[in-house]
Design a protein around this ligand. Structure first.
Ligand SMILES: [Zn+2]
Length: 428
């Protein structure tokens, strides 16, 4: 529902009252345009930001892209990763994103040995989010092997591994707390984690009441390798080992058969779609409409950061489906807005993403006078915003009651473009 003249009262970081049509108090701050809840970027690999543009020329597939991605991963240390993530997260906040889910597996030194402080890379990401003024769900990701045949980690992959799920759990449990941090568990994929270890990670998530995220069926090869090794699809293997369920988010879920969709939806597992990445990497188009109707809440992520624009992610969920099915309106604009906001926040473990009492006080103002949105009909504002707004139409962002972006300026980081450029120079 879109309303005019809404007064939103906040106490510290939480919304305490929402009144429509009331006169604002004299000390109120006025937000113009269309104001929506804060956006949740449910799936991020911050270091992939350094690959933007550098992997788009030339040919290849997901696997050749992955070699380029590993080369970038090899260059980072805690300080350079902090600077890169800070700039990347600042780009996110300018785009209206108030919470990021960082799917983090770049844990150790290039030779695989732990840093003196084994969580120093995680701490760099948590600090970077704080510097950018946003919340972070640090999805500490277990990554143990090079493939479902059990081959060991090689080359850059050695940075990702803890050796065993028990050692992963011990390290993840020691992550220092922070007010803007939620801890979560990640299973990199059925490629990278064996079934017994999956159960250990899922048990850790249950014990810590933490979200659990996992990459699922991004590529046909992943399905074929999993079937060859286990006789099960990735989704059904995860179901067999207690990984699916309401605390779990499956990322991508692109190559799914009917049984996979029924298992995903029936367990109320959330599905995170990353359409700008999935198209950049030639992954395919997932069955988002079938998954939603089967019972899976949907959310979105910018994943590889080929671009950072959740409006584009959300509308691509519907527009890709139109191309595949020949039908329009599988996902209504309000479904797409929920995917960008409340359902994404829930997947990251936050009570946020609504302009409602009890929700975190995150507000994003969108410029209705921009060339893309000017002249929008009052009855169609939400649809117009979802289908035509871009990240650059975001003018003001409030996170936990604190003004982070005003008039398209980042109040904490300042010149975000310069911060990104400096960081790219370091990782080139
Ligand atoms: Zn990913």
């Amino acid at each position: 529902v879109v309303s005019r003249d809404v007064v939103i009262e906040i106490d510290d970081e939480t919304i305490t009252a929402v009144t429509i049509g009331a006169a604002p108090p004299s000390d109120a701050r006025r937000l113009g345009g269309l104001v929506i809840p804060g956006l949740a970027n449910v799936h991020s690999h911050a270091f992939h930001r350094a690959l933007r543009g550098r992997t788009e020329a030339g040919s290849g597939d997901f696997w050749s892209w992955r070699e380029q991605m590993y080369a970038t991963a090899a260059t980072l240390d805690p300080d350079s990763y902090h600077r890169l993530a800070r700039a990347t997260y600042a780009e996110m906040t300018l785009a209206g994103i108030t919470t990021v889910g960082e799917f983090h597996y770049l844990h150790h030194r290039p030779d695989g040995s732990p840093y003196e402080d084994p969580n120093v890379m995680s701490d760099a990401l948590v600090a970077a989010a704080g510097d950018a003024g946003m919340r972070i769900t640090l999805i500490d990701t277990c990554y143990l092997r090079g493939g479902p045949d059990g081959r060991p980690l090689e080359g850059t992959q050695r940075r990702f591994g803890d050796g065993s799920a028990e050692r992963w759990a011990a390290r993840a449990s020691r992550l220092r707390d922070a007010p803007h941090l939620r801890r979560a568990a990640g299973i990199h994929s059925v490629r990278a984690v064996d079934p017994a270890s999956m159960e250990t990670v899922a048990a850790w998530a249950a014990e810590h009441d933490a979200p659990l995220h996992v990459h699922v069926s991004e590529q046909p090869q992943e399905n074929a390798d999993c079937l060859a090794a286990t006789g099960r699809t990735p989704t059904l293997l995860l179901a067999d080992h207690g990984v699916l369920g309401e605390r779990t988010t499956a990322v991508h879920a692109t190559h799914m058969d009917d049984d996979d969709i029924a298992a995903m939806g029936g367990s109320r597992t959330t599905v995170c779609l990353c359409p700008t990445t999935e198209r950049s990497l030639a992954d395919g188009v997932g069955p988002a409409g079938h998954l939603r109707r089967a019972g899976s809440p949907l959310c979105v992520g910018s994943d590889s950061h080929a671009m950072i624009d959740l409006f584009e992610e959300a509308r691509a969920v519907e527009l890709n489906e139109r191309l595949v099915t020949g039908r329009r309106g599988v996902h209504r604009p309000e479904h797409l807005l929920e995917a960008m906001t409340s359902q994404g926040m829930a997947a990251l473990g936050w009570t946020a993403g609504r302009i409602a009492v009890g929700s975190r006080a995150d507000l994003v103002a969108i410029d209705l006078d921009s060339p893309r949105l000017a002249g929008a009909h009052p009855d169609d504002l939400a649809a117009h915003a979802v289908f035509a707004a871009t990240a650059s139409d975001v003018t003001d962002v409030i996170i936990d009651g604190r003004s982070i972006v005003e008039d398209r300026k980042h109040l904490l980081v300042g010149d975000v473009g310069a911060a990104l450029a400096a960081s790219m120079e370091e990782t080139a």
